[in-house]
Design a protein around this ligand. Structure first.
Ligand SMILES: NCC(=O)N[C@@H](Cc1c[nH]cn1)C(=O)O
Ligand SMILES: [Zn+2]
Ligand SMILES: [Zn+2]
Length: 474
C-alpha cells in the first residue's frame, strides 16, 4: 500500500482542493428555499461534472417533483450517481453525501459572507463547508489521488450524492427502492461522512437520531388586524399557538406528549460504560456554545440526551412579526415549526398520531374559535449499527494510521434521513466516518472546516479504502 505517495499528493494539492471547495461554497444550494432552486440544480451539475472529470461513469437521476404548499410543484434536484471500477474480485463501497445546505444570511450574524470561502487562521468559513461539501469533495479527491498516481483503487467506489438532505431527502427513498437491484446490487458497504467528531479526537459514528418535523397552523380572522382597534375582542391565533407549544416540553426537558417517553429503549449497562469511557469535557462544551449551565451536569446523562433520547425543538413561527422595530399587529395566521428527534424504539407514524391527537386535545381546552391544523412534513427514523462490525475495525485501523490514536466510538444527535432506509431497503452495512471538527458550527453562524480536517480527512479516506479491501469474509 503506497500510502506515503498518496498522502504526499494530497499535501502538494492542498491549494487546488481548497479552490474547488471555494467554487462549491459560492453556490447558494439552499434546499429549503424554492427561490434558490436553480442554484441547487447548478450545484448538482457541478458535482456530476467533477466526478466525470476524474473519470467516473456518471448519471443524473431524475427523482420527480416537489409539491409546494400553494398547490404548485417544482423539480427536485437530480441525484448524482457515479461509478469507479467494476472489478468483481474487489469489494464495492458506496459513498453517500449531500451538496445542499441550510439557509444562511450575513445578517444572521456571520462575520464573513457565508457564500465566500474565507480562510482565517487555517479555518475555512462558509455555509456548507463542513455540512457536507468538504467531506463530499474529500471523498472525490480520494479517488482522484489514486487515479492521478496510477494506483489501482483497492475497492470499487460508487457515489450517490443528493441535494435535498437538509429538508428530509425528498424523493430519495423511492429512488433507492427502485435501484435496489441495479445500482445497489453489487454494493457491499455504504459509507457516510456527514457528521462531526465529539472532541479533538477522531471518531467513528454508529448511530444517528431520526426526526419528525411538524407544522402547527392556527388560523383566525381573514386578515391581520390592528392590535389597538381589535385587541381584547378576539381570541388571537398567536396566543393560541404559544399556549399549545408551551405544552410540548417542560423547562427541564421532559416531553409532555403522552406515550413518547415510554417508547424509548432503556440505556443498557454496556451503553452506560461506553459513554463513561469517552473523553468529553462538559466545560469545553459549555464554552463552545457560550452557556454557563446545561440541562445535565454529568457526562453520561449529557451524552445520552444528546444521542439516544428524544427532544423537542421549536424552530420558528411563520407569519409572526419578526423584523427589527415595532409593529402593532395581530397576525391572522401563524404556523409553528417544531421537530422531535427520534431514537430507538420510536416510530414516526406513531409519533405523528401522538402529537396530532395531543395538540388537538390541548387546543380544545382553550375553547378557541380559531382553526388548528397539524401536519408532519418529515418522518425520518433513527439509525443504529453494531460498532463491532468489521467496517468499524477497518475505521479504527485507518484512524490509527493517519492520526496515530484510537478513535472515539460515538453516536450523533442529528439526522441523516436516508441512513435507515439504506439499511432497511438495501440490507447493506453502513459506517459513518466523520472528518468535521466538534466546533464546526453546522447549521449555525460562521460554519467552517479546518484545513487540517479537510486534508487529513482526505488521507483518512485514502487509508480507509485500503483497510476495507483487507476485510475478511464475515
Ligand atoms: N448533517 C446532517 C443534518 O444536518 N441533517 C439534518 C436533516 C434534517 C432532519 N430534519 C430535517 N432535516 C438535521 O437537522 O439533522
Ligand atoms: Zn449534512
Ligand atoms: Zn445539516
Amino acid at each position: 500500500f503506497r500510502f506515503e505517495e498518496l498522502t504526499q499528493y494530497v499535501n502538494s494539492h492542498e491549494e487546488e482542493f481548497i479552490e474547488t471547495l471555494r467554487q462549491w461554497i459560492a453556490v447558494e444550494s439552499d434546499s429549503s428555499d424554492v427561490t434558490k432552486r436553480s442554484d441547487l440544480h447548478r450545484m448538482m451539475d457541478m458535482t456530476a461534472e467533477k466526478l466525470r472529470l476524474i473519470g467516473g461513469s456518471v448519471e443524473m437521476v431524475d427523482i420527480g417533483t416537489q409539491e409546494l404548499a400553494n398547490g404548485s410543484s417544482i423539480a427536485l434536484p437530480k441525484v448524482v450517481t457515479a461509478r469507479f471500477g467494476e472489478d468483481p474480485s474487489k469489494r464495492t463501497v458506496c459513498v453517500y453525501g449531500h451538496v445542499d445546505v441550510q439557509p444562511a444570511k450575513k445578517e444572521d450574524g456571520w462575520a464573513t459572507d457565508p457564500y465566500e470561502l474565507t480562510d482565517i487562521d487555517g479555518n475555512l468559513y462558509g455555509r456548507g463547508a463542513s455540512d457536507n461539501k468538504a467531506p463530499v469533495l474529500a471523498w472525490i479527491h480520494t479517488v482522484e489521488v489514486y487515479r492521478a498516481l496510477n494506483i489501482d483503487l483497492p475497492v470499487n467506489v460508487k457515489f450517490i450524492i443528493e441535494g435535498m438532505e437538509e429538508t428530509g431527502s425528498n424523493g430519495l427513498d423511492d429512488m433507492i427502492v427502485a435501484q435496489k437491484d441495479s445500482f445497489f446490487s453489487d454494493v457491499d458497504y455504504i459509507i457516510i461522512s456527514d457528521c462531526v467528531w465529539l472532541s479533538k479526537r477522531p471518531a467513528l459514528t454508529y448511530g444517528t437520531r431520526g426526526n419528525c418535523y411538524f407544522f402547527a397552523e392556527v388560523e383566525g380572522p381573514k386578515k391581520d388586524l390592528h392590535s389597538g382597534v381589535y385587541g381584547g375582542t378576539i381570541m388571537e391565533p398567536m396566543t393560541d399557538l404559544i399556549g399549545i407549544l408551551d405544552k410540548l416540553i417542560s423547562p427541564s426537558g421532559k416531553i409532555l406528549i403522552p406515550g413518547v417517553r415510554e417508547a424509548v429503549a432503556h440505556l443498557s449497562d454496556e451503553e452506560w460504560k461506553m459513554y463513561q469511557d469517552i473523553e468529553f469535557d462538559l466545560e469545553s462544551y459549555k464554552r463552545e456554545i457560550g452557556l454557563s449551565q446545561l440541562m445535565y451536569s454529568n457526562k453520561v446523562d449529557l451524552l445520552a440526551h444528546r444521542w439516544r433520547h428524544p427532544t423537542v425543538t421549536i424552530h420558528g413561527i411563520e407569519g409572526a412579526f419578526s423584523s427589527p422595530g415595532t409593529k402593532t399587529v395581530i397576525p391572522a395566521k401563524v404556523i409553528a415549526k417544531f421537530s422531535i428527534r427520534q431514537v430507538p424504539n420510536m416510530d414516526p407514524a406513531v409519533v405523528e398520531k401522538q402529537v396530532t391527537d395531543y395538540l388537538h386535545s390541548v387546543f380544545a381546552k382553550r375553547k378557541s374559535p380559531n382553526k388548528l391544523n397539524v401536519t408532519m412534513v418529515i418522518g425520518a427514523k433513527p439509525w443504529l449499527a453494531d460498532p463491532k462490525h468489521p467496517l468499524f475495525e477497518a475505521g479504527k485501523a485507518a484512524v490509527k494510521r493517519v492520526f496515530g490514536v484510537e478513535p472515539d466510538l460515538i453516536r450523533e444527535g442529528g439526522t441523516i434521513p436516508i441512513a435507515r432506509s439504506f439499511q432497511d431497503v438495501t440490507g447493506k452495512s453502513i459506517i459513518m466516518l466523520p472528518i468535521g471538527g466538534f466546533d464546526d458550527g453546522l447549521h449555525s453562524q460562521n460554519e467552517k472546516i479546518s484545513r487540517y480536517n479537510y486534508m487529513e480527512g482526505t488521507k483518512l479516506f485514502i487509508a480507509y479504502l485500503h483497510e476495507v479491501s483487507q476485510i475478511k469474509e464475515h
